[in-house]
Write a protein that binds this ligand. Sequence first.
Ligand SMILES: [Zn+2]
Length: 278
Amino acid sequence: MSLQTSAADVARALTAARALVVTAGAGMGVDSGLPDFRGPEGFWSAYPPYRRLGLTFEEAANPEHFEGDPAFGWGFYGHRTNLYRATVPHAGFGLLRGWAARLGLEPFVVTSNVDGQFQKAGFDEERIVEIHGSIHHLQCTGPCSDDIWENREAIPVDEATMRAGRVPTCPRCHAPSRPNILMFGDWSWLPDRTRIQEQQFDNFLARNSGRRIAVIEMGAGSAIPTIRATSERIGWSLAKATVIRINPREPRIDPPHLSLPCGAVEGLEGIRRELEKL
Ligand SMILES: [Zn+2]
């Protein structure tokens, strides 16, 4: 199945749809220049200090640092906060928003990324599920309460040691705060913000269950399969849903769903060209 043939099929599915679900995994950020943490080498080439320390992504993204050595915990998350604040979302975000508006598709986003790029690209905050939380929101390390608040902290990080110059604290109990992100081996993540988002998504699916839905999935791998499972659950449970899987390494999905074996921007640009022919 050639890319061109598939992109034409996708364009037809999009024009027939009334709702658009965008599901995004870690590969979505690659075209914005964000590092891919896949495998130890991917992580260490993005963060050489952790190679010296022999720390994997799973070990760096661990809540124990916020308890034991918060300046070290905030080294990793402060660096990423600064990186995501500085990142410009790639052109694919704008294409998706444009299609939703022009083709009259009710949109919703489900992302495993904590980087806030969909909000930054102008997607409605009320139409996004961040299944692993958001780096732009904080909670208490304890936690002493269920409070989740916006991350407005300046967090300078020494890139040689990956230690933060200051540690944001909880306004209630003054213990270190931490990102409201589900980390590895995490028993203190507060799920309330994500639960509300999931409720909004359930309402969206209930509203659109009888309509044609296009699900565009990008950069979602099988290592942490939550996003792929979400796309497939919609694709197989709703009779009028078509899943479009855009993935350079693991594009496979069974027909009648569609597959583009490429990166997010390349796939979306291919769809754009086909839409212009219709
Ligand atoms: Zn607290």
